[in-house]
Write a protein that binds this ligand. Structure first.
Ligand SMILES: [Zn+2]
Length: 400
């Protein structure tokens, strides 16, 4: 971290919270005030400015802002009709023949004015922050042409997301070789993304194509992520580990060799139980991965086809109840481990030097977050020390 202890006095003091520092094993629970100066957490013995803002957490849980490391938040339209067809027993191919699938969202997204796309994404991000989320990775992949993909990447940056360039599928108006060439020679060098991701699966990109794209992205200085082992087993987990990817995501069908490779390489497994829930797919084997030494994070996979949710706490509930994670593991999966999947050490913990991205929840026992599933339970959310969200019952402040 590029942090030097500052001489600036604290300008914000949060008192009477149950603090989850996420430092060390477990959740790092402690008591005592949290001090902030110029948007960063500072040591508890830092002098406090006379006009500092003081917030009384009244015994509530005070955690690092949650981090959603896998979303597709910029798109137009919705696909509830497709959900209904799936629930009525229609197959993937039947749904595609009836006008569903990724290409339905591509048609709507290409046709949408910028304001429509931004408004939809802002609404989704506003719902996320009410769940306590302060950092959101977001992927392109719903335009699938040069200018459209660049437009989505610029929007992701403007929305404050961590932008990822996604090779999603080959669109019908490009040949495979043309799309790959355009992706590698024009989209990767455009410099609009922090990460590059490939959907490596049946109907998307093959393992050799995935290698080609990721090697080009790595050479261009992008971090790597992979949609791996979701619908078919491909060996993409092993490829992600071999290439030093920051994350391998989904992993419903990961093999024992894939798990071993991820553990060895330190590639974070980003598990997405919302997609397994929607598709009635097998749950990703979180317990086996954690027991094998893999760092596991959880994400919503927020997207209109297979996981239409903004609720990261609901993913914690599914992680615990369906994937046999402990409550401590679920908390780490959406904070410090999610930060690691984004190669960030300045978020996901509450330690001196970290950004003051803080979620105060409206309960006093941290085990309540996956336990009380459904409603947004944040009481106050701070991003870089500034109020990003306050619940309707929040009564501000405590004057100096
Ligand atoms: Zn995804």
């Amino acid at each position: 971290m590029d942090y030097n202890p500052r001489m600036a006095p604290a300008d914000l003091v949060i008192e009477n919270g149950v603090v989850l520092s996420m430092d060390g094993p477990g959740v790092g629970e402690r008591t005592g005030p949290v001090l902030v100066a110029e948007g960063r957490i500072v040591a508890p013995d830092t002098p406090v400015a006379a006009d500092a803002l003081r917030i009384d957490a009244e015994g509530r849980v005070l955690a690092p802002g949650l981090i959603d490391p896998h979303t597709h938040p910029v798109f137009a339209g919705e696909r509830s009709f497709e959900f209904a067809l799936r629930m009525a027993g229609k197959s993937y191919d039947e749904i595609a023949a009836l006008g569903g699938g990724i290409l339905a969202t591509v048609r709507a997204t290409r046709a949408a004015p910028a304001e429509t796309l931004l408004r939809g994404a802002r609404e989704r991000l506003r719902r996320m922050v009410a769940y306590g989320v302060t950092t959101c990775e977001g992927k392109s992949g719903y335009a699938l042409d040069l200018e459209g993909e660049k437009r989505i990447l610029r929007m992701l940056r403007e929305l404050g997301c961590v932008p990822t360039l996604l090779a999603h599928v080959v669109p019908p108006d490009h040949s495979r070789s043309d799309y790959l060439r355009m992706f590698i020679e024009e989209l990767i060098p455009a410099g609009l993304a922090d990460f590059c991701d490939v959907f490596c699966d049946r109907g998307a990109f093959s393992l050799p194509e995935t290698r080609r794209i990721l090697e080009a992205a790595r050479a261009a200085g992008l971090g790597l992520r992979v949609h791996a082992e979701q619908i078919t087993h491909t060996g993409a987990a092993e490829l992600a580990a071999e290439l030093g990817a920051a994350s391998a995501d989904h992993l419903e069908l990961v093999s024992p060799a894939g798990i071993e490779a991820l553990a060895e390489a330190g590639t974070v497994a980003v598990l997405l139980p919302g997609a397994a829930l929607t598709l009635r797919a097998p749950w990703p084997p979180a317990r086996r991965m954690i027991d094998a030494g893999v760092t596991v994070a959880l994400g919503t996979d927020c997207n209109p086809g297979t996981s239409m949710t903004e609720s990261l706490p609901l993913m914690m509930t599914l992680g615990c109840t369906q994937m046999r994670m402990t409550v401590e593991e679920a908390w780490r999966a959406v904070t410090v481990n999610a930060a690691r999947s984004l190669r960030r050490d300045d978020i996901g913990r509450l330690c001196p030097g970290c950004r003051a991205d803080i979620a105060i929840f409206d309960f006093g026992d941290w085990r309540a977050l996956p336990y009380h599933f459904g409603p947004p339970l944040a009481w106050l959310v701070l991003k870089d020390g500034r109020i990003a969200y306050r619940a309707s019952g929040f009564s501000p402040t405590v004057a100096p």
